[in-house]
Design a protein around this ligand. Structure first.
Ligand code: SAM
Length: 292
């Protein structure tokens, strides 16, 4: 009847035994709340015949919980100093494989094929390193392998941007990049005291689930992405101004854009943050008639 890895007493024992100092540069903040860990696993809905991919196992607090419910856990950890620690803390869990690699350098589609996991339900569950939340998340969402769901602990501020809605300050290109492919909701907010060492910001657990028809209605994804980037390039400027910067400030372009805005029910002086994803999709379709 050992204490869980996340128990503050056990976490501190492990850190002392291996003379570990959490590396700020790698975003190392270890979870020491059993309740939060159980909530994360519950939010993932992991079943005994499913696979978990974890990013940044640290000293294994979340990995342990995942191993107790999933068929198999693959955990990617960049810090070589943590590998011998994980060998010991996770010794009892034979269904865990720790991989010493940088998640941003791993092609997860290849990984899934090499491990013969096609056809399995694979869920990504992680307490992310916050210095690279966005690239990790976008890589996962845009990976060729369609992960069914992602349950990710991240800084609250990013969570609010991802789950935002039109008309809110946080609504922008990140919101749209995520929500064209996944539904997004905040499962819970997590305070700084649930980690050792305490991070500087509050956190949130975000649940992302793949939509039945991701990118539905978008004919040319590259064009759509460029449109979104341009629409929010200067957030305080109107959508019209941002798009004129993209296409060129000619009278023809202005007239065509006016036309498209009218068709899509967008006011001429609207800003990008007031335009819904459905409207942006429609704008992309209409614009291609003029600018393809
Ligand atoms: N899962 C542990 C927990 O919940 O207590 C630790 C989470 S800690 C916030 C983030 C972890 O990600 C650290 O262990 C860190 O070393 C690891 N990490 C940082 N950058 C990484 C990268 N590029 N690839 C894989 N792991 C990384």
């Amino acid at each position: 009847n050992r204490l869980s890895i996340s128990d503050p007493i056990r976490t501190n024992d492990i850190l002392r035994k291996y003379k570990l100092r959490a590396k700020k540069s790698l975003g190392q903040n270890f979870l020491t709340s059993e309740k939060v860990l159980n909530d994360i696993v519950d939010a993932s809905g992991l079943q005994p015949d499913q696979i978990a991919i974890e990013i940044g196992p640290g000293i294994g607090a979340l990995t342990e919980k995942l191993a107790q419910v999933a068929e198999k856990v693959y955990a990617f950890e960049i810090d070589p100093n943590l590998i011998p620690v994980l060998d010991e803390t996770l010794f009892d869990y034979k269904n865990v494989e720790v991989i010493n690699d940088d998640i941003l350098k791993v092609d997860l589609d290849d990984f899934v094929k090499e491990h013969h996991l096609e056809g399995k339900t694979i869920k990504v569950v992680a307490n992310l390193p916050y210095y690279i939340t966005t690239p990790i998340m976008l890589n996962l969402i845009n990976s060729d392998y369609p992960f069914e769901s992602l349950v990710l602990m991240m800084q609250k501020e990013v969570a609010e941007r991802i789950t935002s809605e039109p008309g809110h300050r946080q609504y922008g290109s990140l919101t749209i990049g995520v929500q064209t492919q996944m539904s997004a909701r905040i499962d819970r907010i997590v305070g700084k005291n649930s980690f050792v060492p305490r991070p500087k910001v509050d956190s949130a657990v975000v649940v992302l689930e793949r939509l039945p028809n991701p990118n539905d209605g978008i004919q040319d994804m590259d064009f759509f992405n460029k449109l979104i980037r341009s629409s929010f390039a200067q957030k305080r400027k109107s959508l019209m101004n941002n798009l004129l910067n993209m296409f060129g400030r000619t009278d023809d372009n202005r007239a065509n854009l006016k036309n498209v805005f009218e068709t899509c029910g967008i006011a001429e002086n609207a800003r990008g943050e007031q335009v819904s994803i459905e409207q942006f999709k429609q704008v992309a379709i209409e614009l291609q008639k003029f600018f393809a």
